[in-house]
Design a protein around this ligand. Structure first.
Ligand SMILES: CC(C)(COP(=O)(O)OP(=O)(O)OC[C@H]1O[C@@H](n2cnc3c(N)ncnc32)[C@H](O)[C@@H]1OP(=O)(O)O)[C@@H](O)C(=O)NCCC(=O)NCCS
Length: 161
């Protein structure tokens, strides 16, 4: 995945800057044999929403490094509006810990459910595809500070490779 912007990247960004959101109707060609959204299709949407957040924060091209966790709690029926909301919760030198929450909405009734959650890691890369430094992440609200602390503890207790 890549960003076309060549703008100068700041040393830090607030957490709220990089929030990424993707919405789409679940169409018949996206269904599994039970008539619900196919899991692989949802993973694509989650990866895309996370990429939006990662590219926004890094101001640079990014790659998916790992999908640490993907919880499938509730099926999403054909006809629902599915929304994937991604937040950058913590950053290292080049990597970004990202949470994606998935919501399914019955647009006619307004009923909305949080059906899936995912935790993914993206890494910002330069033209040579080697990792590059990303801006520091600044949590501002109490909710953001709590998210930042949770992600920091997660990273410290889950060493890479
Ligand atoms: C992700 C990638 C750039 C890391 O390269 P690398 O040579 O292992 O880099 P390093 O060991 O220097 O690690 C760089 C950062 O990535 C993180 N990282 C590397 N592998 C990781 C993994 N499997 N899970 C989570 N983070 C990982 C490291 O913790 C490090 O973080 P930091 O800079 O914040 O401390 C490289 O493995 C790659 O290009 N993988 C393929 C990505 C891909 O094809 N994705 C799908 C298409 S977008």
């Amino acid at each position: 995945m890549s960003s076309t912007s060549q703008n100068t990247v700041p040393a830090s960004r607030p957490m709220s800057y990089s929030r990424g959101e993707i919405s789409t109707f679940v169409m018949p060609h996206m269904q599994n044999v039970l008539g619900d959204l196919f899991g692989g299709h949802l993973m694509t949407l989650v990866d895309q929403a996370a990429a939006v957040a990662a590219i926004r924060h890094a101001g640079a091209p990014v790659v998916t490094a790992s999908i640490h966790r993907f919880d499938f709690r509730d099926p999403i029926p054909v006809g629902a509006l599915v929304t994937c909301m991604a937040t950058v919760d913590y950053v290292g030198r080049s990597s970004m810990e990202i949470t994606v929450e998935v919501f399914a909405e019955n647009v006619r009734t307004g009923e909305r459910r949080n059906t899936h959650s995912a935790h993914v890691v993206f890494v910002a890369v330069g033209k040579d595809r080697r990792p590059i430094t990303v801006p520091r992440l600044i949590p501002e609200t109490e909710e953001e500070k709590a998210r930042f602390e949770r992600a920091k503890v997660f990273r410290e207790t889950h060493p890479r490779r």
